[in-house]
Design a protein around this ligand. Structure first.
Ligand SMILES: [Zn+2]
Length: 194
């Protein structure tokens, strides 16, 4: 049986604290989540409303910034180098803040992450015609303009595009991978009872 772990965790989190007799299943789900990576865990908890956005956001940003700095030091795999020395404050904090913010608000404003939307059409048997959202190109994700991102990082558009755009996207992908690894961990933890 395929278990939608995201749904299960969301349900467990939303009812925990409201019900006394949640049962072992719920505790198992929460327990499985506790094993996952801390950053991924914090992100999940913010997303599913387990902790307040304000406190969770700060924690997630500080964990991500720590992660970004350690990657820079260790393998230099993201090629931070000279571009990291941007003027006007700590670029890592700005980048981390922006990335977590985008990641949490990543649903396309037009289709609200539904990807497919309905367009009223009287000639259609269902009364509306399904179409793939043009705004997000069917990804369901919100697309932020480079100018807005550059502004958030306190950089010129040219500098942003030249040095930081790939890093911002890489950091977003990093959060996605944490999200995925949390899912994998939770799934593995849940498998004996699923
Ligand atoms: Zn869309």
């Amino acid at each position: 049986m395929k278990v939608d772990v995201r749904e299960r965790v969301a349900v467990a989190m939303s009812v925990r604290g409201q019900l006394d007799d949640g049962g072992a299943d719920m505790e198992t789900t929460i327990g499985a989540l506790a094993v996952a990576d801390e950053l991924g865990r914090v992100l999940w908890r913010i997303r599913y409303g387990e902790i307040s956005r304000a406190s969770g956001f700060d924690r997630a940003v500080s964990l991500l910034v720590k992660r970004l700095r350690s990657q820079k030091r260790s393998r230099n795999q993201w090629g931070w180098g000279a571009a990291a020395r941007a003027p006007g404050g700590d670029i890592f904090v700005k980048l981390g803040t922006r990335v977590v913010w985008e990641w949490l608000g990543d649903r396309c404003g037009e289709c609200h992450g539904m990807i497919v939307s309905g367009l009223p059409d009287e000639s259609h048997p269902l009364g509306e015609r399904a179409y793939c959202c043009a705004h997000c190109h069917g990804t369901g994700r919100r697309r932020y303009p480079d100018a807005e991102r550059a502004c958030a990082l306190g950089l010129s558009l040219v500098t942003y595009r030249e040095h930081w755009a790939p890093r911002l996207l890489a950091a977003l992908a990093l959060l996605d991978s944490f999200d995925g690894s949390v899912e994998t961990t939770v799934r593995a933890q849940l498998s004996p009872v699923a």
